[in-house]
Write a protein that binds this ligand. Structure first.
Ligand SMILES: [Zn+2]
Length: 363
């Protein structure tokens, strides 16, 4: 019985002779034994008209036998019972089912597993690693926003004093690094690792130290709870999983996605309420009221509504603190409830407050 054998490692056509027994197909070339394939391992492959192309199931991919003689083909078909048991001939329905199942399991992971994973992983990540992650996000942020950090010396001193008082009040261990970013967007954000940015437009709108102190307290609350890190794990993992779905598994893409996510969208409602509580408790322990922060946010909200009606340029449409921190009546009420029993000293002197307000002015 004649056939052509390809060994899968070279392109050479080898004219071979086949003998078949109940258990194996033996291949010889010029009287020399070449291979024996167990009959149950022999499978048919797609082939040109008239050719029976055989391969060995667990053998190398490109190894094959081409049989042209119809009589030989008939004998082989008779002996090799599993010739058509193909994995790659699985019914289409089954493949569709499995890819749909994969998509569903990825979506379920995004909805349920990632938040859970982020919740579990966050406490396990060393503070030092969190700082490094924060630094990476910080760099990305500067690329995205391109805004400079305001550094007027007296204002910086006042900001440090205010930050110290707030963090000491609640014994925050994270090394906080607060800065004002010269931006026209009224916003404030906390990065993983303790970097907090107050955007200049928010500071401009503030009418008292307590208003800014409340916002700072809220952001310190996010840092203390490691909300930024949790969010990064969650959205980074989410973008990775979506990458699997849509075929783009690039680490860089995930980082960009994560940092955008950090800026554009809100923490969970629970995280927001906890940060508010933290801010309130901080203010109260310093003998200061908690609600001025809400007044500041209300003022900005009113301004932005006005801007929308006047149809000003796009600049103010950029996601602001309010979009990530909507001022709800419930939030306002919760803050109003936190009143100190005894008023404490102002957190900054009038002079320090003025210096802070002018931190972005260059002398
Ligand atoms: Zn927040």
């Amino acid at each position: 019985m004649d056939a052509v054998f390809y060994d899968g490692t070279s392109a050479r056509r080898r004219a071979v002779v086949l003998t078949i027994t109940a258990s194996s197909l033996d291949i010889h070339e010029g009287g020399e034994w070449v291979a024996s394939w167990p009959v149950d391992d022999i499978r048919r492959k797609d082939a040109p008209e008239g050719i029976l192309r055989l391969t060995r199931e667990s053998g190398p991919d490109l190894t094959r036998l081409d049989v042209a003689d119809p009589a030989v083909q008939a004998i082989i078909r008779q002996h090799c019972h599993r010739i058509d048991d193909h994995h790659d001939r699985e019914p289409r329905g089954r493949i569709v089912f499995w890819s749909a199942a994969t998509a569903v399991s990825i979506i379920l992971s995004v909805l349920f597993l990632m938040p859970l994973l982020a919740q579990t992983l966050t406490p396990l990540i060393p503070v030092e690693a969190e700082r490094r992650i924060g630094k990476a996000v910080d760099n990305q942020l500067h690329t995205l926003l391109g805004d400079k950090v305001c550094e007027a010396p007296e204002g910086s001193l006042a900001l440090r004093r205010l930050t110290d008082r707030l963090s000491r009040a609640k014994g925050v261990e994270a090394a906080l690094d607060v800065a004002v970013l010269d931006s026209k967007i009224p916003n404030a954000i906390a990065l993983p690792g303790g970097r907090i940015y107050v955007f200049r437009a928010l500071l401009d709108k503030a009418e008292s130290t307590d208003e800014i102190a409340g916002v700072l307290g809220h952001e310190i609350g996010h840092v203390a709870a490691r909300d930024g890190l949790r969010k990064m794990i969650q959205s980074g993992g989410t973008s990775y999983l979506f990458g699997l779905l849509f075929g783009d598994v690039t680490g860089g893409g995930a980082i960009v996605f994560a940092s955008r996510y950090l800026i554009d969208s809100a923490y969970s409602r629970e995280a927001e309420a906890a940060a508010d509580d933290f801010a309130g408790a901080t203010m109260v322990s310093l003998g200061r009221p908690a609600h001025p922060m809400a007044l500041l946010l209300k003022r900005i909200e009113a301004d932005q509504d006005g801007d929308k009606e006047e149809g000003e340029g796009n600049e103010r449409r950029i996601p602001a603190f309010l979009l990530t921190h909507p001022v709800t009546g419930q939030r306002l009420k919760a803050l109003e409830k936190q009143v100190p029993s005894q008023p404490g000293e102002p957190l900054l002197t009038q002079q320090e407050w003025r210096a802070l307000k002018e931190i972005c002015k260059t002398p």
